[in-house]
Design a binder for this molecule. Structure first.
Ligand SMILES: Nc1nc2c(ncn2[C@@H]2O[C@@H]3COP(=O)(O)O[C@H]4[C@@H](O)[C@H](n5cnc6c(=O)[nH]c(N)nc65)O[C@@H]4COP(=O)(O)O[C@H]3[C@H]2O)c(=O)[nH]1
Length: 783
């Protein structure tokens, strides 16, 4: 029996190792090795059975029927071949059960055909019930064994082999117990019977063959193991070069890890190997992740902290076995970078406040929120007053520092949940949850806070802020609508002066519409040449002699009639159209002045915008040359506020103009940002005292003092003085008494059309001589 067991062991080993080799082999040779494995399995069963029979001592002569004995070998080889062939690689349990039945049947045939071929000198009787019962039980057990062996579940799969052995044992023990041999001297063995000593060498030959196959299998196994070790070593080497963490898994169990994974997880190789991958990556269902598919997961570090990672599942062949490789990439740096990029994309780099992009997103989210009515909010549009002046005169670096301080002051006013954004330049926006007039309160505090002086680079700077407010309940449905309405309110606040707060009113929309219409009309007016120039005479204050006239533009509107410059010049300045309009006025005034008596001058207003034009001097020179008006007959008027723009260029332009021989006068003197330094910086020939002082003359002592001081100053600086807006004779007398050289005002004439002015100069009506002798007032030319 021990010989049978030994042969069985050798044979089983040979069959398994050959089967494994077949599995590892290339497609072309796989079938050959598979057939050899099946042959080996069949021969093992047959040889075990034969050795058991040879060892059996029936107590009478015995022998073997060669045909049946050979047939039993054929049956078992064929049966195993068909059974394995059916079961291999199939997930269908019924098919596997059927394959088990085929396998069981082949072993049954081996046993009973073999028994039938075993001849003794006696009678053979059978316990049919026992034999039949055990055959049936064995067949069912074979079927079950094949089903279990093909299961995915590992622990279930382990029961396959013991079940198969049990099936064979039941068959064999049942068969041996059911047979009964009785010696009968009358029975002789047939002649063709092979004696045990004849068949024994054949069985021994088969056993030797099996041993040879076992050695072959052993060599294959050892080669395969060496190959596996080499693959593993190469894989480990490569894996340790990888920056990403790598875990090689058999199923879900970790069998190898690289250095990066140890570092990433904070655990040692020994801690990790043998662990279920799920303990490392609890949120990843590895099986659900397709091959070469990436997914997000969280890795549990050694101290329990969760590390965001990206995982990729792949398969590699180690030796001949397929193993799962999970690549784990640390996402912390990437997420941190993304957060930085997001913060940068959403932040104003100068102030650190929310930028326009982010603000618009937040506003749109609030405006489109389903529960918007329960969460009212207010939008505050802020624009700094005089900021442009700071930028232009003190430089952008000072402007930037002021903006940073503004941001800090605004941040002091708000609380968590409020948003402050800088949309660009000196535009800020506040988005506040609205309750009990809080927005108004914050607007007032912002005005108070931002008007406090700023200490920047040793300078003390003062600015102000205008605020427009729009409320979510009443002033717009969408974020865009609310923003543009808050801007309209801001526009109104700016127009009303500095440090003002305005709430949006629906009327502002109508005004904006009217402004837009005016804007379109103004552009059309330029194309259609609808601007005309009127002139207001200027006379000598003491003699009343005509000196010249100031050119004042009017818009001959097709439906509105003559529109005053006060109604369109500010918009033309805003739209940048003033340059073109001013250039036209200059050309017309110079051309028309040429028809006046030769000693009369024409004064033309220059806007702030024109003063900053690079080619202003060339333009003036070109007009003079085109019209032929001597430069000494042209006077250009600039206001003090216009001087605040771009001082370098303004400076160069005024000096350039003066060098052409054109006179320069300072208009509206005494209003605005009077700075005496302007008087020395720029080449003024004349000061025009603003009509706001003149209006209060001669009764108001302050105005009297101011006018006297201006006249004294001009005298010292070698400038002449003209008083504007003289309406009454006593004002003219005052001007004459105080030494003003010229006067202009309704007392003399309102601005009049060119042809009307021409009539004044008509030598048939009033000769040059008479003009010089008689004041227009005296001559009754008052209009
Ligand atoms: N109450 C009163 N007003 C008097 C009297 N005498 C003259 N005025 C008005 O005072 C303004 C004087 O012009 P301005 O100070 O240069 O002020 C001008 C000037 O700043 C601007 N402007 C007019 N024409 C031009 C132009 O061609 N270019 C530019 N840039 N601005 C212009 O529009 C302003 C207003 O022009 P106008 O409406 O024509 O108003 C004129 C004139 O009609 C008076 O006795 N009493």
């Amino acid at each position: 029996m021990s010989a049978a067991g030994f042969v069985c062991l050798i044979g089983v080993y040979a069959s398994f190792s050959l089967a494994q080799h077949a599995g590892r082999s290339e497609e072309s040779s796989r079938q050959r090795w598979g057939f050899l494995a099946i042959l080996s399995a069949g021969c093992t069963a047959w040889a075990t059975h034969m050795i058991a029979l040879l060892a059996f001592q029936p107590g009478m002569a015995s022998g073997f029927d060669p045909l049946l004995t050979a047939l039993s070998l054929v049956f078992v080889v064929a049966g195993i071949g068909v059974g394995i062939g059916l079961a291999i690689g199939t997930r269908d349990r019924r098919l596997r059960f059927f394959a088990g039945l085929v396998l069981g049947l082949s072993i049954t045939l081996l046993h009973y055909v073999g028994q039938a071929g075993y001849r003794v000198a006696g009678t053979v009787s059978w316990d049919v019930g026992l034999a039949g019962g055990t055959v049936l039980a064995s067949l069912v057990m074979n079927g079950i064994a094949m089903v279990v062996a093909g299961e995915r579940n590992r622990s279930l799969r382990r029961f396959g082999a013991p079940m198969l052995f049990a099936a064979i044992a039941v068959l064999h023990l049942g068969g041996m117990t059911a047979i009964q041999l009785t010696f009968d001297p009358r029975i002789r063995l047939p002649d063709y019977t092979m004696a045990p000593n004849v068949i024994a060498p054949i069985v021994a030959g088969v056993c030797l063959g099996l041993m040879a196959l076992a050695f072959l299998g052993l060599r294959f196994t050892l080669n395969a193991r060496a190959q596996t070790r080499r693959d593993q070593a190469r894989l480990r080497e490569l894996a340790n070069l990888a920056i990403e963490g790598l875990a090689i898994c058999d199923g879900a169990v970790i069998t190898a890890v690289n250095d990066s994974l140890q570092k990433l997880s904070g655990r040692t190789r020994d801690d990790l190997i043998g662990q279920d991958l799920g303990t490392l990556l609890p949120t990843t269902a590895l099986q659900e992740l397709g091959l070469r598919e990436e997914g997000d997961a969280e890795l549990i570090g050694a101290n329990g902290q969760l590390v965001p990672v990206r995982v990729l599942r792949s398969e590699v062949t180690v030796g001949s076995a397929k193993q799962t490789v999970v690549a784990i990439r640390d996402q912390r740096e990437r997420l941190k970078m993304e957060a930085t990029f997001r913060r940068l994309a959403y932040t104003d780099t100068l102030t650190g406040l929310t930028n326009r992009l982010r603000f618009n997103e937040l506003l749109a989210r609030k405006a489109n929120h389903p529960q918007r009515s329960q969460n009212p909010f207010a939008l505050l549009a802020l624009d700094l007053d005089r900021f442009k002046w700071i930028n232009d005169t003190l430089g952008h670096s000072v402007g930037d520092l002021v903006l940073q301080q503004v941001a800090v002051r605004l941040e002091e006013l708000v609380q968590p949940g409020d948003t402050i954004a800088r949309l660009g330049g000196d535009e800020f926006m506040l988005l506040l949850p609205e309750e009990k007039d809080r927005a108004r309160d914050i607007a007032e505090r912002a005005v108070l806070s931002l008007r406090q002086p700023y200490a920047v680079q040793g300078l003390t700077i003062e600015i102000g802020v205008s605020v427009g407010i729009a409320y979510s309940q009443t002033d717009g449905d969408t974020g865009d609508e609310l923003t543009s309405n808050a801007d309209l309110a801001l526009y109104r606040a700016k127009q009303s002066g500095r440090n003002r707060i305005c709430k949006f009113e629906p009327q502002m929309l109508l005004d904006a519409l009217a402004r837009r219409t005016l804007e379109m009309d103004l552009r059309l007016a330029l194309q259609r040449d609808e601007f005309v120039v009127h002139y207001q005479p200027q006379i000598d204050a003491s003699t009343g002699a005509f000196q010249g006239a100031e050119a004042l533009v009017r818009w001959q509107h097709p439906t509105k009639g003559l529109v005053s410059p006060a109604d369109f010049i500010p918009l033309a300045e805003e739209l940048g159209l003033i340059g073109t309009i001013g250039q036209k006025v200059l050309a017309v005034a110079c051309r028309e002045a040429l028809s006046w008596p030769s000693e009369f001058t024409v004064a033309v207003n220059l806007s702030a915008h024109q003063l900053t034009e690079i080619d202003l001097v060339q333009k003036v020179a070109a007009v003079l040359s085109a019209t032929g008006l001597p430069s000494s007959r042209l006077e250009l008027e600039v206001t003090e506020s216009a001087l605040l723009q771009d001082t370098d260029r303004t400076h160069a332009n005024l000096h350039g103009i003066h060098e052409l021989g054109v006179r320069v006068s300072l208009d509206d003197f005494g209003t605005g940002y009077s700075s005496l330094s302007h008087l020395t910086q720029f080449p003024f020939d004349k000061l025009k005292i603003d009509q706001s002082f003149v209006r209060r003359l001669p009764g108001d002592n302050n105005s009297v003092a101011i006018v006297q001081a201006v006249v004294g100053l001009a005298d010292k600086l070698k400038m002449t003085v003209t008083m504007e807006g003289v309406e009454r004779e006593e004002q003219r007398a005052f001007a004459k008494r105080e030494g003003c050289q010229g006067i202009q005002g309704y007392l003399v004439s309102r601005p009049i059309a060119s042809h009307e002015l021409g009539e004044l100069f008509d030598p048939h009506r009033v000769s040059d001589h008479e003009w010089n002798r008689t004041t227009p007032v005296e001559a009754g030319l008052k209009r």
